[in-house]
Design a protein around this ligand. Sequence first.
Ligand code: BGC
Length: 387
Amino acid sequence: MKKKVFSLLLAASMLTSVLAGCGNTAGGNTPASPAASNDTTTVDAGNTDVDTPATTVEGAGRVGVSMPTKDLQRWNQDGENMKEQLEAAGYEVDLQYASNEIATQVSQIENMISSGCQVLVIAAIEGDSLGTVLEQAKEKGIAVIAYDRLIMNSDAVTYYATFDNIMVGTKQGQYIEQQLNLANGDGPFNIELITGDPGDNNARFFFGGAMDVLQPYIDNGQFVVRSGQTDFATVATQGWSTENAQNRFDAIISANYADGTQLDAVLASNDSTAMGVTNSLEANYAANHDNWPIITGQDCDIANVKNMIAGKQAMSIFKDTRDLAAKTVEMVNAIMNGTDAPINDRETYDNGTGIIPSYLCEPKFADITNYEELLIESGYYTADQLK
Ligand code: BGC
Protein backbone atom coordinates (compact mmCIF):
# COMPACT_ATOMS: atom_id res chain seq x y z
CA MET A 1 0.00 0.00 0.00
CA LYS A 2 2.77 2.36 0.94
CA LYS A 3 4.47 1.74 -2.36
CA LYS A 4 1.31 2.30 -4.39
CA VAL A 5 0.54 5.58 -2.69
CA PHE A 6 4.06 6.76 -3.20
CA SER A 7 4.08 5.89 -6.88
CA LEU A 8 0.74 7.61 -7.29
CA LEU A 9 2.14 10.78 -5.81
CA LEU A 10 5.28 10.56 -7.83
CA ALA A 11 3.42 10.02 -11.11
CA ALA A 12 1.04 12.86 -10.37
CA SER A 13 3.80 15.23 -9.36
CA MET A 14 5.71 14.51 -12.55
CA LEU A 15 2.60 15.31 -14.56
CA THR A 16 1.72 18.54 -12.88
CA SER A 17 4.44 20.58 -14.42
CA VAL A 18 3.72 19.64 -18.01
CA LEU A 19 0.15 20.71 -18.12
CA ALA A 20 -0.88 24.19 -19.11
CA GLY A 21 -4.25 25.85 -19.41
CA CYS A 22 -5.85 29.09 -20.47
CA GLY A 23 -4.06 32.32 -20.01
CA ASN A 24 -2.23 33.31 -16.91
CA THR A 25 -1.88 31.15 -13.90
CA ALA A 26 -2.29 32.65 -10.51
CA GLY A 27 -1.17 29.98 -8.14
CA GLY A 28 -0.76 30.00 -4.44
CA ASN A 29 -3.83 28.70 -2.76
CA THR A 30 -4.89 26.16 -0.32
CA PRO A 31 -8.33 24.67 -0.71
CA ALA A 32 -10.79 26.71 1.33
CA SER A 33 -13.60 24.28 1.78
CA PRO A 34 -13.77 21.72 4.56
CA ALA A 35 -13.79 19.03 1.91
CA ALA A 36 -10.48 20.21 0.69
CA SER A 37 -8.90 20.34 4.05
CA ASN A 38 -10.09 16.94 5.14
CA ASP A 39 -8.45 16.10 2.26
CA THR A 40 -8.74 14.56 -1.12
CA THR A 41 -6.23 11.98 -2.12
CA THR A 42 -3.13 13.67 -0.94
CA VAL A 43 -1.41 11.49 1.57
CA ASP A 44 1.99 11.55 3.08
CA ALA A 45 3.95 8.82 1.37
CA GLY A 46 5.36 7.80 4.71
CA ASN A 47 2.02 7.45 6.42
CA THR A 48 0.79 3.96 5.77
CA ASP A 49 -2.10 4.29 8.19
CA VAL A 50 -3.99 6.74 6.03
CA ASP A 51 -6.57 4.79 4.12
CA THR A 52 -7.57 6.87 1.14
CA PRO A 53 -9.18 6.06 -2.17
CA ALA A 54 -5.77 6.68 -3.68
CA THR A 55 -4.94 3.09 -2.99
CA THR A 56 -8.01 1.59 -4.58
CA VAL A 57 -6.95 1.83 -8.20
CA GLU A 58 -3.83 1.33 -10.21
CA GLY A 59 -2.11 4.07 -12.17
CA ALA A 60 -2.22 7.80 -11.54
CA GLY A 61 -5.73 7.68 -10.15
CA ARG A 62 -9.36 7.60 -11.11
CA VAL A 63 -11.41 10.68 -11.94
CA GLY A 64 -15.18 10.85 -12.37
CA VAL A 65 -16.46 13.36 -14.91
CA SER A 66 -20.18 14.08 -14.72
CA MET A 67 -21.66 16.09 -17.59
CA PRO A 68 -25.28 17.27 -17.75
CA THR A 69 -26.40 16.16 -21.20
CA LYS A 70 -25.36 15.02 -24.63
CA ASP A 71 -28.12 17.12 -26.19
CA LEU A 72 -26.11 20.30 -26.39
CA GLN A 73 -22.99 20.30 -28.45
CA ARG A 74 -20.81 22.03 -25.92
CA TRP A 75 -21.11 19.35 -23.22
CA ASN A 76 -20.05 16.65 -25.66
CA GLN A 77 -16.98 18.69 -26.41
CA ASP A 78 -16.33 19.40 -22.75
CA GLY A 79 -16.63 15.70 -21.91
CA GLU A 80 -14.39 14.58 -24.74
CA ASN A 81 -11.74 17.19 -24.04
CA MET A 82 -11.73 16.33 -20.38
CA LYS A 83 -11.44 12.60 -20.99
CA GLU A 84 -8.70 13.04 -23.55
CA GLN A 85 -6.63 15.38 -21.40
CA LEU A 86 -7.10 13.44 -18.18
CA GLU A 87 -6.15 10.20 -19.89
CA ALA A 88 -3.11 11.87 -21.41
CA ALA A 89 -2.15 12.80 -17.86
CA GLY A 90 -2.35 9.16 -16.85
CA TYR A 91 -5.73 9.06 -15.11
CA GLU A 92 -8.46 6.53 -15.52
CA VAL A 93 -11.65 8.41 -16.42
CA ASP A 94 -15.27 7.59 -15.72
CA LEU A 95 -17.18 9.98 -18.02
CA GLN A 96 -20.97 10.07 -17.70
CA TYR A 97 -23.73 12.17 -19.25
CA ALA A 98 -26.98 12.51 -17.32
CA SER A 99 -29.64 13.27 -19.98
CA ASN A 100 -30.46 16.49 -18.12
CA GLU A 101 -32.10 14.38 -15.38
CA ILE A 102 -31.08 15.26 -11.86
CA ALA A 103 -31.78 11.77 -10.47
CA THR A 104 -29.58 10.26 -13.18
CA GLN A 105 -26.75 12.64 -12.38
CA VAL A 106 -27.02 11.85 -8.67
CA SER A 107 -26.89 8.10 -9.25
CA GLN A 108 -23.99 8.42 -11.68
CA ILE A 109 -22.08 10.38 -9.04
CA GLU A 110 -22.92 7.73 -6.41
CA ASN A 111 -21.41 5.12 -8.72
CA MET A 112 -18.31 7.22 -9.23
CA ILE A 113 -17.91 7.47 -5.47
CA SER A 114 -18.34 3.76 -4.90
CA SER A 115 -16.10 2.79 -7.81
CA GLY A 116 -13.10 4.51 -6.27
CA CYS A 117 -12.89 7.89 -8.02
CA GLN A 118 -10.62 10.18 -6.05
CA VAL A 119 -11.68 13.40 -7.71
CA LEU A 120 -15.07 14.31 -9.17
CA VAL A 121 -15.42 16.90 -11.92
CA ILE A 122 -19.07 17.89 -12.12
CA ALA A 123 -21.06 20.18 -14.40
CA ALA A 124 -24.31 20.23 -12.44
CA ILE A 125 -27.70 20.05 -14.12
CA GLU A 126 -29.13 22.04 -11.24
CA GLY A 127 -26.73 23.77 -8.90
CA ASP A 128 -28.75 23.06 -5.79
CA SER A 129 -29.43 19.35 -6.17
CA LEU A 130 -26.15 17.68 -5.34
CA GLY A 131 -25.70 18.51 -1.66
CA THR A 132 -26.70 15.10 -0.35
CA VAL A 133 -24.64 12.97 -2.73
CA LEU A 134 -21.64 15.22 -2.26
CA GLU A 135 -21.84 14.66 1.49
CA GLN A 136 -20.89 11.07 0.69
CA ALA A 137 -17.96 12.27 -1.38
CA LYS A 138 -16.80 14.51 1.42
CA GLU A 139 -17.01 11.71 3.97
CA LYS A 140 -14.75 9.61 1.77
CA GLY A 141 -12.26 12.43 1.28
CA ILE A 142 -13.07 12.76 -2.41
CA ALA A 143 -12.40 16.21 -3.85
CA VAL A 144 -15.00 17.93 -6.01
CA ILE A 145 -14.34 20.38 -8.81
CA ALA A 146 -17.42 22.30 -9.96
CA TYR A 147 -17.01 22.46 -13.71
CA ASP A 148 -18.41 25.44 -15.62
CA ARG A 149 -21.48 25.65 -13.34
CA LEU A 150 -21.15 26.31 -9.63
CA ILE A 151 -22.54 23.65 -7.28
CA MET A 152 -24.54 25.53 -4.68
CA ASN A 153 -24.97 25.05 -0.94
CA SER A 154 -22.46 22.24 -0.56
CA ASP A 155 -19.29 22.51 1.46
CA ALA A 156 -17.87 19.54 -0.43
CA VAL A 157 -16.83 21.75 -3.36
CA THR A 158 -13.07 22.24 -3.46
CA TYR A 159 -12.58 24.37 -6.58
CA TYR A 160 -14.57 25.95 -9.38
CA ALA A 161 -13.27 25.97 -12.96
CA THR A 162 -15.28 28.10 -15.35
CA PHE A 163 -15.28 30.99 -17.77
CA ASP A 164 -15.79 34.54 -16.63
CA ASN A 165 -19.57 34.35 -16.69
CA ILE A 166 -20.15 38.03 -15.96
CA MET A 167 -17.83 38.94 -18.82
CA VAL A 168 -19.93 36.76 -21.16
CA GLY A 169 -22.98 38.89 -20.39
CA THR A 170 -21.03 42.13 -20.50
CA LYS A 171 -19.76 41.34 -24.00
CA GLN A 172 -23.26 40.51 -25.21
CA GLY A 173 -24.69 43.71 -23.73
CA GLN A 174 -21.86 45.88 -25.06
CA TYR A 175 -22.27 44.42 -28.52
CA ILE A 176 -25.92 45.44 -28.65
CA GLU A 177 -25.04 48.83 -27.17
CA GLN A 178 -22.44 49.47 -29.87
CA GLN A 179 -24.44 48.14 -32.79
CA LEU A 180 -27.38 50.39 -31.97
CA ASN A 181 -25.19 53.38 -31.07
CA LEU A 182 -26.96 53.65 -27.74
CA ALA A 183 -24.18 55.52 -25.96
CA ASN A 184 -24.74 58.37 -28.42
CA GLY A 185 -28.44 58.51 -27.69
CA ASP A 186 -29.93 56.62 -30.65
CA GLY A 187 -33.34 55.02 -30.23
CA PRO A 188 -35.92 54.19 -29.15
CA PHE A 189 -35.50 50.55 -30.17
CA ASN A 190 -37.48 47.45 -29.36
CA ILE A 191 -35.68 44.67 -27.52
CA GLU A 192 -36.67 41.31 -26.02
CA LEU A 193 -34.71 39.27 -23.51
CA ILE A 194 -34.12 35.57 -22.96
CA THR A 195 -31.77 33.74 -20.62
CA GLY A 196 -31.12 30.22 -19.38
CA ASP A 197 -32.19 27.70 -16.81
CA PRO A 198 -33.15 29.26 -13.48
CA GLY A 199 -31.40 26.40 -11.65
CA ASP A 200 -28.09 27.11 -13.39
CA ASN A 201 -26.19 29.68 -11.37
CA ASN A 202 -24.41 30.80 -14.54
CA ALA A 203 -27.64 32.08 -16.05
CA ARG A 204 -27.90 34.79 -13.40
CA PHE A 205 -24.33 35.91 -14.07
CA PHE A 206 -24.79 36.00 -17.85
CA PHE A 207 -28.06 37.89 -17.57
CA GLY A 208 -26.78 40.17 -14.83
CA GLY A 209 -23.62 41.05 -16.79
CA ALA A 210 -25.67 41.95 -19.86
CA MET A 211 -28.35 43.85 -17.98
CA ASP A 212 -25.76 45.99 -16.20
CA VAL A 213 -25.07 47.38 -19.67
CA LEU A 214 -28.62 47.39 -21.06
CA GLN A 215 -30.84 48.27 -18.10
CA PRO A 216 -29.98 52.02 -18.15
CA TYR A 217 -31.25 52.17 -21.74
CA ILE A 218 -34.51 50.52 -20.72
CA ASP A 219 -34.78 52.94 -17.83
CA ASN A 220 -34.23 56.02 -20.02
CA GLY A 221 -36.54 54.84 -22.80
CA GLN A 222 -33.93 54.16 -25.52
CA PHE A 223 -35.04 50.53 -25.24
CA VAL A 224 -38.64 49.40 -25.11
CA VAL A 225 -39.46 45.83 -24.11
CA ARG A 226 -42.88 45.49 -25.68
CA SER A 227 -43.65 42.16 -24.03
CA GLY A 228 -42.95 43.78 -20.66
CA GLN A 229 -40.95 40.65 -19.75
CA THR A 230 -37.74 41.75 -18.09
CA ASP A 231 -37.23 40.00 -14.76
CA PHE A 232 -34.98 36.98 -14.54
CA ALA A 233 -37.68 34.48 -13.59
CA THR A 234 -39.85 35.47 -16.56
CA VAL A 235 -37.11 35.50 -19.17
CA ALA A 236 -35.47 32.28 -17.92
CA THR A 237 -35.68 29.13 -20.07
CA GLN A 238 -36.18 25.77 -18.43
CA GLY A 239 -33.37 23.40 -19.40
CA TRP A 240 -31.87 26.02 -21.73
CA SER A 241 -34.14 24.32 -24.24
CA THR A 242 -34.43 25.56 -27.82
CA GLU A 243 -38.03 24.40 -27.93
CA ASN A 244 -38.98 26.29 -24.78
CA ALA A 245 -37.26 29.40 -26.11
CA GLN A 246 -39.09 29.09 -29.41
CA ASN A 247 -42.47 28.64 -27.73
CA ARG A 248 -41.97 31.71 -25.58
CA PHE A 249 -40.93 33.79 -28.58
CA ASP A 250 -43.85 32.52 -30.66
CA ALA A 251 -46.13 34.03 -28.03
CA ILE A 252 -44.10 37.26 -27.76
CA ILE A 253 -44.04 37.81 -31.52
CA SER A 254 -47.72 37.13 -32.03
CA ALA A 255 -48.75 39.40 -29.16
CA ASN A 256 -46.40 42.31 -29.85
CA TYR A 257 -44.91 42.26 -33.34
CA ALA A 258 -47.48 40.56 -35.62
CA ASP A 259 -48.78 43.99 -36.67
CA GLY A 260 -45.47 44.77 -38.38
CA THR A 261 -43.80 46.46 -35.40
CA GLN A 262 -40.04 46.12 -35.73
CA LEU A 263 -38.04 44.10 -33.22
CA ASP A 264 -34.50 45.49 -33.19
CA ALA A 265 -32.57 43.26 -30.81
CA VAL A 266 -32.80 40.09 -28.77
CA LEU A 267 -30.48 39.52 -25.87
CA ALA A 268 -30.15 35.71 -25.81
CA SER A 269 -27.78 34.33 -23.21
CA ASN A 270 -26.58 31.35 -25.24
CA ASP A 271 -26.79 29.59 -28.56
CA SER A 272 -29.50 27.05 -27.72
CA THR A 273 -31.89 29.83 -26.70
CA ALA A 274 -30.76 32.01 -29.64
CA MET A 275 -31.66 29.10 -31.91
CA GLY A 276 -35.18 29.01 -30.48
CA VAL A 277 -35.53 32.76 -31.08
CA THR A 278 -34.25 32.43 -34.64
CA ASN A 279 -36.62 29.55 -35.39
CA SER A 280 -39.52 31.55 -34.04
CA LEU A 281 -38.61 34.64 -36.07
CA GLU A 282 -38.27 32.59 -39.22
CA ALA A 283 -41.73 31.15 -38.70
CA ASN A 284 -43.57 34.20 -37.39
CA TYR A 285 -41.65 37.35 -38.23
CA ALA A 286 -39.61 37.13 -41.43
CA ALA A 287 -42.53 37.19 -43.86
CA ASN A 288 -44.07 40.47 -42.72
CA HIS A 289 -40.98 42.45 -41.66
CA ASP A 290 -38.05 43.69 -43.68
CA ASN A 291 -35.50 43.80 -40.87
CA TRP A 292 -33.80 41.05 -38.92
CA PRO A 293 -33.01 41.81 -35.28
CA ILE A 294 -29.58 41.61 -33.69
CA ILE A 295 -29.49 38.27 -31.84
CA THR A 296 -26.71 37.45 -29.38
CA GLY A 297 -25.51 34.00 -28.31
CA GLN A 298 -22.83 32.03 -26.56
CA ASP A 299 -20.88 28.80 -27.20
CA CYS A 300 -20.26 28.98 -30.96
CA ASP A 301 -22.24 25.80 -31.50
CA ILE A 302 -21.87 24.64 -35.10
CA ALA A 303 -25.49 25.31 -36.05
CA ASN A 304 -25.24 28.83 -34.60
CA VAL A 305 -21.96 29.60 -36.35
CA LYS A 306 -23.70 28.61 -39.56
CA ASN A 307 -26.48 31.03 -38.63
CA MET A 308 -23.86 33.75 -38.05
CA ILE A 309 -22.42 33.10 -41.48
CA ALA A 310 -25.96 33.26 -42.92
CA GLY A 311 -26.65 36.55 -41.11
CA LYS A 312 -29.30 35.10 -38.81
CA GLN A 313 -27.36 35.47 -35.56
CA ALA A 314 -25.16 38.49 -35.02
CA MET A 315 -22.59 37.22 -32.56
CA SER A 316 -21.69 34.48 -30.16
CA ILE A 317 -19.18 34.01 -27.37
CA PHE A 318 -16.42 31.49 -27.90
CA LYS A 319 -15.55 29.50 -24.82
CA ASP A 320 -12.65 27.26 -25.74
CA THR A 321 -13.49 24.09 -23.86
CA ARG A 322 -9.96 22.79 -24.50
CA ASP A 323 -8.67 25.55 -22.23
CA LEU A 324 -11.23 24.85 -19.53
CA ALA A 325 -10.39 21.14 -19.65
CA ALA A 326 -6.66 21.91 -19.40
CA LYS A 327 -7.21 24.14 -16.39
CA THR A 328 -9.36 21.50 -14.75
CA VAL A 329 -6.68 18.87 -15.29
CA GLU A 330 -4.22 21.21 -13.55
CA MET A 331 -6.64 21.37 -10.63
CA VAL A 332 -6.91 17.57 -10.56
CA ASN A 333 -3.14 17.30 -10.52
CA ALA A 334 -2.87 19.82 -7.71
CA ILE A 335 -5.40 17.88 -5.66
CA MET A 336 -3.66 14.58 -6.30
CA ASN A 337 -0.30 16.14 -5.37
CA GLY A 338 -1.36 18.38 -2.55
CA THR A 339 0.12 21.34 -4.42
CA ASP A 340 -1.35 24.73 -5.30
CA ALA A 341 -4.14 24.75 -7.82
CA PRO A 342 -4.42 27.47 -10.46
CA ILE A 343 -6.76 30.06 -8.98
CA ASN A 344 -7.39 33.58 -10.27
CA ASP A 345 -10.57 34.54 -8.45
CA ARG A 346 -11.31 34.39 -4.74
CA GLU A 347 -14.22 36.77 -4.47
CA THR A 348 -16.93 36.24 -7.04
CA TYR A 349 -18.38 32.80 -6.47
CA ASP A 350 -19.98 32.19 -3.10
CA ASN A 351 -21.92 28.93 -3.26
CA GLY A 352 -23.82 29.58 -0.04
CA THR A 353 -21.17 27.93 2.14
CA GLY A 354 -18.46 30.48 1.39
CA ILE A 355 -16.32 31.61 -1.50
CA ILE A 356 -15.14 28.80 -3.76
CA PRO A 357 -11.61 29.39 -5.10
CA SER A 358 -12.05 29.64 -8.84
CA TYR A 359 -10.25 29.81 -12.11
CA LEU A 360 -12.04 31.94 -14.70
CA CYS A 361 -11.04 31.37 -18.30
CA GLU A 362 -11.55 34.20 -20.75
CA PRO A 363 -14.61 34.13 -23.00
CA LYS A 364 -14.01 35.59 -26.47
CA PHE A 365 -16.27 37.63 -28.68
CA ALA A 366 -17.06 35.90 -31.99
CA ASP A 367 -18.84 37.10 -35.10
CA ILE A 368 -18.61 36.81 -38.85
CA THR A 369 -15.42 38.89 -38.93
CA ASN A 370 -13.28 36.68 -36.70
CA TYR A 371 -14.85 33.23 -36.59
CA GLU A 372 -12.38 31.74 -39.07
CA GLU A 373 -9.37 32.70 -37.01
CA LEU A 374 -11.01 31.84 -33.70
CA LEU A 375 -12.67 28.58 -34.64
CA ILE A 376 -11.03 27.14 -37.75
CA GLU A 377 -7.42 28.32 -37.58
CA SER A 378 -7.26 27.37 -33.92
CA GLY A 379 -8.29 23.82 -34.88
CA TYR A 380 -11.50 23.91 -32.88
CA TYR A 381 -13.61 23.11 -35.94
CA THR A 382 -12.71 22.14 -39.46
CA ALA A 383 -13.88 24.40 -42.28
CA ASP A 384 -16.05 21.51 -43.50
CA GLN A 385 -17.97 21.35 -40.24
CA LEU A 386 -19.14 24.92 -40.75
CA LYS A 387 -20.32 24.43 -44.34
C1 BGC B 1 -22.97 27.12 -19.88
C2 BGC B 1 -23.23 27.64 -21.27
C3 BGC B 1 -24.29 26.80 -21.94
C4 BGC B 1 -25.49 26.58 -21.04
C5 BGC B 1 -26.46 25.58 -21.62
C6 BGC B 1 -24.26 27.06 -19.12
O1 BGC B 1 -24.04 26.65 -17.81
O2 BGC B 1 -22.03 27.95 -19.23
O3 BGC B 1 -22.05 27.64 -22.01
O4 BGC B 1 -24.72 27.40 -23.11
O5 BGC B 1 -25.10 26.14 -19.77
O6 BGC B 1 -25.90 24.33 -21.71
